[in-house]
Design a protein around this ligand. Structure first.
Ligand code: FMN
Ligand code: SF4
Length: 488
């Protein structure tokens, strides 16, 4: 992952754990209304993909164990990982694109309800993503993948007027023999990118019929998925409008579609609003309907906070029950993958901003992104709307979380990695036992596992008591899959 060149190593925020009585009066543990449901506290475990589903996208016992373990810590809200709304193969990522997925998801909601004593609201994050392929070997790219055009023939002819280019095979062979330095003269920028990073669809590829049709196809797909979430017993859905995926790409200033769904802000927000309309028509007022989106795209030419604040007002006006704010996590600045690997959107600067580590710049990783949720919240309040806003990014300590709420930077505090390091951490604070918290070190071992599509665990507990009864191990047999119990 990219890291700020300053590489300043930051210490964890000094602990300030309250007594149980102080905690009972803290803002963090006051209830808050989220549309039709009440969150019992303002604590939130945001979506984290653990790579535990079957290759066909079904819930497994390991998926259930993962969420049960978070539910034991009784957060106000727990969000299930990004779950695909289409019925297409997508590796071991959860799916909700067909009714056959409902049975497994219903087992998951039942397990969470039981483990949290009904205290935790359970939402599921609904995602759509476009096609991405692995970086091809050079010979395969020129031998098979590249579509040969007259432009290639002309460019080759320009380099060598004597060249015989009668058959497609000769053109392919000639291209393959070119030194890398000459490729930019022969290939388009996009073809070069396909070779160097792997093919990746964009929402602006409107020459492809299935991309042109996204505005027609996506609202009913999201609505059907939300209907299945209700059937499976979820309390709400979080529409994934963040990071590197389809909906965030519609919102982005990089979206130049000219069909009324790109360009100016009102056009970029049009599809998200249509998705919200379709989802609400299907499941409101039964389910909480909110979204996660970016307070800043980070990448060049992408959205900045001014765009995000404007979108926040529009999304709130559309009746969303919460806005959860993230940052970055884009493909545009991702590192070049190795041959045979896919680009991963959390390897560049925007990825760092999404999941900052202790090796940082002056600002450091802790509560790094709450100025974004604060500014969005201010814009929403300025428009006369009370929509709750969720802030995230390096939140791992009581006084820190409490001051985010005090300063009005968020209405709920989301904590991903600290909750992975210690799923009981919110509960321990509530019980006045903060001194027992296993504190996240923010060095992103978990994120590196995610990047390799390996089962995600935390380095602070995954080698502990491996031979204890009922411990499930990772597929390499070396790590336990869920945190040890706090109270046995
Ligand atoms: C292993 C891992 C998987 C993640 N998966 C998702 C995801 O599915 N959807 C999402 O919106 N964010 C995802 N995130 C980002 C987190 O929700 C969160 O925004 C980010 O880690 C910053 O919060 P933190 O500093 O509290 O960890 C993931 C983070 C990690 C570490
Ligand atoms: S692996 Fe590291 S960054 Fe991830 S949750 Fe554990 S301590 Fe935190």
């Amino acid at each position: 992952m990219w890291q700020p060149p300053e590489r300043i190593k930051h210490e964890l925020p000094a602990p300030s754990w309250p007594t149980a009585d102080q905690a009972a009066h803290a803002r963090l543990f006051q209830p808050i209304q989220l549309g039709p449901r009440t969150a019992k506290t303002r604590t939130w475990v945001p979506a984290m993909v653990p790579w535990r589903a079957t290759e066909d996208g079904f819930v497994t016992p390991d998926v259930i164990d993962w969420y049960r373990r978070f539910a034991e810590g009784r957060p106000g809200v727990l969000v299930v990982e990004a779950t695909g709304i289409r019925d297409i193969p997508s590796g071991p990522l959860l799916r909700i694109g067909h009714d056959r997925f409902v049975e497994g998801l219903a087992k998951l909601t039942a397990a969470v309800r039981e483990a949290s004593g009904g205290e935790t609201l359970l939402f599921i994050q609904l995602i759509d993503f476009l096609q991405i392929r692995r970086r091809p070997p050079r010979d395969k790219y020129f031998g098979r993948f590249l579509a040969i055009t007259d432009r290639h023939r002309e460019a080759l002819h320009h380099i060598d007027p004597e060249a015989q280019l009668d058959s497609e095979e000769t053109v392919r062979a000639r291209l393959a023999a070119l030194p890398d330095a000459e490729l930019p003269y022969v290939l388009t920028a996009r073809e070069l990118e396909d070779l160097e990073r792997g093919y990746r669809e964009r929402v602006t590829d409107t020459h492809l019929p299935h991309i042109a049709e996204l505005p027609k196809v996506l609202p009913p797909l999201f609505a059907d998925a939300a209907g299945r979430a209700r059937a499976a017993g979820f309390d709400g859905v979080e529409l994934h409008f963040a990071h590197a995926y389809t909906m965030a790409s519609f919102l982005s200033a990089l979206n130049t579609r000219d069909d009324g769904y790109g360009g100016k802000r009102p056009h970029r927000v049009r599809l998200p609003l249509e998705v919200i309309g379709a989802v609400r028509a299907r499941v409101s007022p039964d389910l909480v309907v909110g979204c996660r989106y970016l307070g800043d795209d980070v990448v060049e030419g992408g959205n900045r906070i001014e765009d995000a604040a404007w979108f926040g007002v529009e999304l709130a006006k559309a009746g969303l029950d919460f806005l959860s704010i993230s940052k970055g996590g884009k493909f545009e600045d991702a590192k070049q993958p190795k041959v045979g690997w896919s680009a991963y959107p959390y390897t560049g600067r925007s990825g760092y901003e999404c999941m900052p580590t202790i090796y940082s710049d002056e600002k450091g990783p802790f509560a790094r992104n709450v100025s974004l949720s604060g500014q969005i919240r201010a814009a929403v309040r300025g428009a006369g709307l009370a929509t709750p806003v969720v802030g995230a990014g390096g939140i791992c300590e009581f006084a820190q979380a409490e001051s985010v709420l005090d300063r009005g930077e968020a209405d709920l505090v989301a904590s991903a990695r600290q909750s992975l390091a210690d799923p009981d951490w919110f509960l321990k604070i509530r019980e006045g036992r903060g001194g027992e918290i296993r504190r996240c070190e923010f060095t992103n071992y978990c994120e590196a596992l995610d990047q390799q599509h390996k089962q995600v665990t935390c380095k602070l507990w995954d080698r502990e008591a491996l031979d204890a009864p009922d411990v499930t191990l990772s597929s390499d047999g070396k790590r336990r899959l869920v945190a040890p119990k706090w109270r046995t």
